[in-house]
Design a protein around this ligand. Structure first.
Ligand code: IFM
Length: 477
């Protein structure tokens, strides 16, 4: 009997039992504006930090940009038809802030809003529930020019933008997510600088994280004021963090990274406080003087749902005592104050991102959020894998990706059986797209995209997922 929580080996038919999900379980797929839309300079859109970053030589692999991406802006109708063909019950997309509010302040851009109105209407027309994310990393460049997320005012601007979108789409969109993965915006954008806007300052990263959450809290209030019936949440990317050994120094390294990766966001958002140990770890980076009275109450404004993005696990070890003259940790880091913690590989199978495949980590993560933080309904708002795909005779047989989904859906089911109120699952991603600093070199899609012709080919995983949705579960194998 194979381990039910790890993927079946490629090409091996195993003996897993069929699994059925609860009635009404929401099956979907996700994308994000900058990763698929293209039309970067059309319809009144102004540049975001990702336009600037991707056009800066050396920032994105092979100089790729989101200028055209999957050209979804011009292919909305056929893309939604494809979603319907695959039987998706929900589609999670993000709104491009600089498309609907050029420059990040002032009045709405009617043409930009109209694109999303058409998208939502098309989805509803096909019986697909729209799931709208307000911020998936594309801050208007002009707001970055006046300080970006490390500046407090950006949080207020975000709430204004939320109101503007809610006024336009609140009558037809039920599910609203404020932020996608604020850890990435803060710590990759302002810490290591491997994401836009490409700044590297630990204190700025911490300030950015706080102001992202403040913006979230203000946006939740703005959304509720505009649309009292909206179901509002936030999406965080979480990792189980495991010490490489039982040695106290490794255990402490895991505590530190868990603090920065997970508790930095979960505690303020769901408990209204920063963890004391995390603040102590960060004392040499910041005095938290940017936190004002009332901020944490705003940040922890009650939610309706919580979104969890899950990809992998971190395994960490204590700093290497022999590392001096090899200062591996002096490069700009996304772990301010804990730059010297070592990330260890265990030799288990990895995806094309080099991320370890660890389905049991999804069970752990969902149980932790539910058991330690909240009774709210949870949704896996992203889960998926990049693999190298080959088109052969017009087909893409992505057995590795299919196995990854299978293993993680089994894990999701296990979490439900353990009492987690998991209400839905969104595969990342509907289609291959611009994978940030990796450009188009990494493919996460269930649908293959030929970036020259823009032809879409549903991969084996997409056909398999359509069957999962149809059955509301997994067939026996
Ligand atoms: O492509 C990203 C997405 O934009 C955010 N979550 C992780 C995905 C894979 O890296």
């Amino acid at each position: 009997m194979s381990n039910p929580a790890s993927p079946p080996a490629v090409g091996v038919v195993d003996d897993r039992p069929p699994l059925t999900f609860p009635p009404g379980f929401l099956w979907g797929a996700a994308t994000a504006a900058y990763q698929i839309e293209g039309a970067a300079a059309e319809g009144g859109r102004t540049p975001s930090i990702w336009d600037t970053f991707s056009h800066t030589p050396g920032r994105v692999v092979e100089g790729h940009t989101g200028d055209v991406a999957c050209d979804h802006y011009h292919r909305l109708g056929s893309d939604v038809a494809l979603m319907a063909e695959l039987g998706l019950r929900s589609y999670r997309f993000s709104v491009s802030w600089p498309r609907v509010q050029p420059g990040g302040t002032g009045p709405a851009n009617a043409e930009g809003l109209d694109f999303y109105r058409r998208l939502v209407d098309e989805l509803l027309g096909h019986g697909i529930e729209p799931w709208l994310t307000l911020y998936h990393w594309d801050l208007p460049q002009s707001l970055e020019d006046v300080g970006g997320w490390p500046a407090r005012d950006t949080a207020a601007r975000f709430a204004d933008y939320a109101t503007l979108v809610a006024d336009a789409l609140g009558d037809r969109v039920r599910y609203w997510t404020t932020l996608n993965e604020p850890w990435c915006s803060a710590f990759l954008g302002y810490g290591s600088g491997v994401h836009a806007p490409g700044r590297s300052d630990g204190a700025d990263a911490v300030r950015a994280g706080h102001h992202l959450m403040l913006g979230h809290g203000l946006a939740v209030q703005a959304l509720r004021a505009a649309r009292p019936t909206a179901e509002v949440g936030v999406t965080v990317n979480l990792y189980p963090v495991t010490p490489a050994s039982a040695a106290p120094a490794d255990v402490d390294a895991a505590r530190r990274i868990d603090g920065l990766a997970n508790r930095f966001f979960l505690d303020p958002l769901l408990r209204g406080s920063y963890p004391a140990d995390l603040m102590a770890d960060l004392a040499k980076v910041t005095d938290f003087g940017h936190v004002r009275d009332g901020d944490l109450a705003t940040i922890s404004t009650p939610l309706d749902v919580v979104g969890v993005n899950y990809y992998s696990r971190h395994v960490v070890a204590a700093p290497d005592p022999d590392a001096e003259p090899e200062p591996y940790w002096r490069a700009p880091s996304c772990w301010p104050g804990s730059e010297d913690v070592r990330f260890v590989t265990r030799g288990v199978p990895v995806t094309d991102m080099n991320w370890e495949i660890d389905a049991p980590g999804l069970v752990e993560t969902l149980r932790r959020v539910h058991e330690e933080y909240t009774d709210l309904p949870l949704y896996v708002t992203e889960n998926g894998s990049a693999f190298v795909d080959e088109v052969v005779d017009g087909r893409v047989d992505d057995t590795d990706r299919l196995a990854y989904f299978d293993a993680h859906l089994r894990a999701a089911h296990e979490a439900i059986e353990a009492g987690v109120p998991l209400r839905g699952y969104f595969a990342w991603s509907l289609m291959d797209n611009f994978e940030w600093a990796w450009g188009y070199t990494k493919r996460f899609g269930m649908v293959h995209v030929d970036y020259d012709s823009q032809v879409r080919i549903p991969k084996s995983s997409a056909r398999w997922y359509a069957e999962v949705i149809r059955r509301n579960g997994l067939a026996a194998q």
